[in-house]
Design a protein. Structure first.
Length: 358
């Protein structure tokens, strides 16, 4: 299954076969490789092939980016095979866009990170809005670990994964890391686990291993809340509903993340009917000082309350924001004012007196 498999490493070089949309693009490619001292030859179906030694791979990747436009790279098909290997029918299933090949060539660090499971999860507390020292749960936030021990941000990992077609593998690894780290640290309360719906083909197969990972720990299914992230990239509400139904039927809770960041997430509320809404931090930022934001957030709280849906205001950084969302009906809050993400889940927080809302 794609979620569990990683691409064959390409850092060792090989024979690169390319099929171009026009002869003009093919001629540009031949001239480019010739300029790098590499010889081209015909391959099947009118394509062009070139043997690329491992020490030339980075130069070839850079040259493709410099010489071909984004459209030309996207419309060119590519396949890397072992040096001197004969193409067989099964190879055709691995043909992809040149853009994807170049992204994977630039993401070997991510493939190795996933292969070696150099991942960790940090935990940020989620607390009751009415009692900010009372921990309701923690959100698991992915971090990569470089070969030098330095932490790698999730933004860098997921950006590379999306370009290189590794989102399925990274998303699954992130869910597994969250569950394993929560169990290892005896996390108490709810565990919030992110997942990208675009990284899931079929819930019954793609999510089975995630459910099994939970069941192999002491964590109860009812204590796990799966958050739908990147809703702006999800264009099939029926697919999203299938995923949520799978989680609900398995005994988990589901949350819709970044509500208020765009029309799509607002429109999904009635279609998905989640157990919890997480309001986008950009909407919460300065809500106590901005009457436009205040009206929008207040309406979202009212709608959620009328529908029996809990709300979580994320990105709380000031006392004024905390007091305002509490006064206007937030169920839970999360943000740097409460606590920053840490490798170990927090077990207690200092008592905090709520300031008067502005």
């Amino acid at each position: 299954m794609r979620c569990d498999t990683l691409p064959v490493p390409i850092s060792g070089g090989g024979d690169l076969h390319c099929w171009f949309p026009t002869s003009h693009v093919a001629n540009k490619m031949r001239a480019m490789l010739s300029g790098l001292g590499l010889r081209t030859m015909p391959t099947v179906a009118g394509g062009v092939a070139c043997a690329i030694p491992a020490d030339s791979l980075d130069r070839v990747v850079a040259a493709f980016h410099a010489q071909l436009s984004e459209v030309e790279r996207a419309d060119t098909r590519a396949l890397l095979t072992p040096m001197g290997a004969v193409l067989v029918t099964d190879d055709l299933a691995r043909v992809e866009s040149l853009s994807r090949f170049l992204a994977q060539a630039s993401s070997q660090w991510l493939i190795e990170l996933l292969r070696e499971q150099r991942l960790a999860s940090f935990f940020q507390p989620i607390v009751l809005a009415s009692s900010p020292s009372t921990i309701y749960g923690h959100e698991a936030l992915l971090r990569g670990v470089g070969t030098d021990g330095a932490l790698i941000t999730p933004g860098r990992m997921f950006g590379s994964a999306r370009d290189a077609g590794l989102l399925f593998q990274l998303d699954l690894a992130a869910r597994r890391s969250a569950i394993a780290c929560a169990h290892a640290n005896a996390l108490r309360g709810k565990l919030f686990v992110n997942f990208a719906p675009t990284a899931i083909y079929d819930p019954a197969s793609c999510l089975r291993s995630t459910v099994a990972a939970v069941d192999q720990t002491s964590i109860a299914r009812s204590d796990v809340v799966f958050e739908i992230v990147e809703t702006e990239r999800a264009h099939d509400p029926r697919h999203l509903r299938t995923i949520l139904d799978f989680y609900r039927n398995a005994g988990f809770k589901v949350a819709l993340d970044d509500v208020g960041s765009g029309y799509s997430s607002l429109n999904l509320i009635h279609e998905l009917r989640p157990d919890l809404l997480k309001l986008d931090m950009e909407l919460i930022r300065g809500v106590d000082q901005d009457p436009y934001k205040a009206q929008i957030v207040a309406n979202l709280f009212d709608v959620a309350g009328a529908l029996g849906i809990d709300t979580l205001a994320e990105g709380i950084e000031t006392e004024g924001e905390l007091a305002w969302v509490t006064q206007h009906g937030a169920t839970y809050v999360q943000g740097f004012l409460i606590a920053r993400p840490a490798a170990l889940p927090q077990t207690e927080l200092a008592a905090r007196e709520l300031a008067a809302a502005c």
